[in-house]
Design a protein around this ligand. Structure first.
Ligand code: FDP
Length: 350
């Protein structure tokens, strides 16, 4: 593949070209997710000016206050995917049940599970936000998948990724062959993996690269956790965080603490620089806060594909047998060695 001017569309077409079974539908679905990201990013850039900040007054299925932007992002994903004829099921954090597609609606083989706006507490303060998505294939014969057909193990995902609305908008995804991060060029409205840069001074190189084939460092120096919950954690979790704060040159401690309140943004930092994110179980809430199917599973696939690990503390996230659409799961995710050490503390071995 040539290295200059690689747009998301070109990347998807070229990487799928060698697959004779590829119908092109998957490529279009990813492009539609990218489109949802562009539309949401467009709203976010003007959010303080167009009365879309604050809460709707409603509470979602998780018992959380729904922000106006949660609703807008959810509707945007539905609009761009439902009409595409590419999906047979859509389920999200904001909907108690999967969206029922009308009878005789054009539909495809993919099931899309998503968190339309990750880090909702950041909406009103101009801090990073994200969206997380998981794509599964429905193998059933005829008809639409039932609610139970959608609840599948992480290892069955055919692709997963996230959008990040930070100082740039990025689309980062994997379809099982490594992880690539595309930056949205605001001027031309394209997600670019690499970009011919005619303005670069000679000798620096002829192209700029966004984030091709991301590989995580085996260890990092950063941890991300809501430490306000410290006294709710089991002893092993507290011991691990205490350990990261101790001073020891040989093991690079103390680690720096960085927690944005947006899972996608925190995982993005770790993907590029290494370290660990934790949303552990609490003594009275052992399942933690995060949702397995549309938060933990997709990010686990991305991080594993980049050489990292994702665990509940006792087992691999992707192997968790799901029982319900909105099931919660404790999450330790990041650099492989950091996650393994955290597990040792959780098991009481340290
Ligand atoms: P939020 O509820 O604000 O959407 O998706 C769950 C999530 O954010 C993550 O993005 C974030 O890391 C975490 O929850 C924040 O939870 P706390 O406020 O409990 O730290």
């Amino acid at each position: 593949m040539g290295r200059t001017g690689i747009t998301l569309t070109r990347f998807i077409i070229e990487t799928r070209a060698g697959d004779p079974a590829a119908t092109g539908e998957f490529s279009v679905l990813l492009a539609q997710i990218g489109l949802a990201g562009k539309l949401i990013a467009h709203d976010l850039r003007r959010a303080g000016l167009i009365n879309i900040l604050g809460a709707t007054g409603a509470t979602n299925v998780q018992g959380e206050a729904v922000k106006k932007l949660d609703e807008i992002a959810n509707e945007t994903f539905i609009k761009v995917c439902q009409d595409s004829g590419l999906v047979c099921a859509l389920a999200s954090e904001e909907m108690e049940k999967p969206l029922q597609l009308p009878e005789n609606w054009p539909r495809g083989k993919y099931m899309l599970l998503f968190d339309p706006l990750d880090g909702s507490s950041n909406t009103d303060i101009n801090m990073p936000l994200g969206a997380i998505f998981s794509i599964l294939r429905y193998e059933g014969k005829g008809g639409l998948p039932s609610a139970a057909d959608i609840v599948r193990k992480g290892t069955e995902q055919v692709a997963a990724g996230y959008l990040m609305y930070g100082s740039s908008t990025m689309l980062v995804f994997t379809s099982g062959q490594g992880v690539n991060g595309f930056t949205l060029h605001p001027g031309i409205g394209e997600y670019l993996l690499s970009h011919e840069n005619i303005r670069m001074p000679p000798g620096i190189g002829e192209y700029l690269l966004s984030h091709e084939n991301i590989r995580m460092p085996a260890r990092g120096k950063v941890y991300a956790v809501n430490e306000g919950n410290y006294h709710k954690w089991p002893a092993g979790t507290r011991r691990y965080i205490d350990h990261l704060k101790e001073s020891d040159k040989a093991t690079g401690r103390p680690y720096s603490s960085r927690y944005s309140g947006c899972l996608a943004a925190d995982v993005h930092r770790l993907l590029l620089g290494g370290g660990i994110y934790l949303y552990p179980g609490e003594t009275d809430k052992p399942e933690g806060k995060l949702r397995l199917l549309y938060e933990a599973n997709p990010l686990a696939l991305v991080v594993e594909q980049a050489g990292g690990r994702a665990s509940t503390g006792t087992m691999r996230i992707l192997d968790v047998e799901p029982k319900a659409l909105h099931q919660r799961v404790p999450l330790l995710i990041g650099s492989a060695e950091d996650v393994s050490l955290a597990e040792a503390f959780f098991r009481g071995e340290r």
